[in-house]
Ligand binder design. Structure first.
Ligand code: AMP
Length: 198
């Protein structure tokens, strides 16, 4: 089975900071442009700061759809973006991740910190278990994720990740190429997880 070629909404995880290099903000804007060109909606964490704000602003400038999901505590600190197509305010980070997953057809992680890694790892873990069957990609701007990818290879080599789960992560530095890869990729077979094939 292939993932459905039409990914209508993509959930993007990315930094609440903008990073030290202008390339990161530029990449967030380019990802926003690629989404709008395809008529694909953006689902994200609902903040107006960092790379999160940069991608949302660009999609909105181009009159695309942006759905934000933010926990009440962060919304009350005025981190929430005021101009989104839809903003859902939820009670916890857990509810946020569940709703981000529910409202999207695939996931992209861009450069970010712990929050981004947390969201990426949850999407991967849930995908590995077959809790969702949505494609997952890394936008590897300026090689930001090279060391993470090397670590995943290490985990596979040491027997903690099966090859099929290692390769479920699509990787590209180019937003259009990454979105193409997401649409064309194949979900992992859930039966492999329980170790039937060693
Ligand atoms: P980080 O990568 O640690 O900057 O966290 C960014 C990710 O975690 C985003 O995808 C958000 O969903 C969530 N997050 C972390 N910090 C914030 C914040 N201050 N405002 C909104 N969302 C945040």
């Amino acid at each position: 089975m292939r993932y459905h070629a039409s990914v209508k909404r993509v959930c993007v995880f990315c930094g609440s900071s903008a990073g030290s290099e202008p390339a990161y903000r530029a990449a967030a804007r380019e990802m926003g442009e690629a989404l709008v060109r395809r008529g694909t909606g953006l689902v994200y964490g609902g903040a107006r700061i960092g790379l999160m704000g940069a991608i949302a602003d660009r999609v909105l400038e181009l009159e695309g759809e942006v759905i934000g999901v933010i926990p009440r505590a962060l919304a009350e600190k005025e981190v929430a973006h005021a101009g989104l197509s839809q903003l859902h305010v939820v009670d916890s980070m857990h509810q946020r991740k569940a709703l981000l997953t529910e409202r999207s057809d695939g996931f992209v992680a861009m450069p970010g910190g712990y929050g981004t890694l947390d969201e990426l790892c949850e999407a991967l873990t849930w995908g590995q278990f077959g809790i969702h069957g949505k494609p997952i990609g890394l936008l590897n701007t300026a090689g930001y994720f090279d060391r993470l990818l090397a670590f995943l290879d290490h985990a596979r080599g040491e027997g903690f990740l099966q090859s099929e789960h290692r390769t479920m992560v699509q990787v590209s530095a180019d937003p259009d190429d990454l979105l193409d890869r997401l649409a064309a990729s194949t979900p992992p077979g859930v039966e492999k997880l329980i170790g039937l094939e060693g």
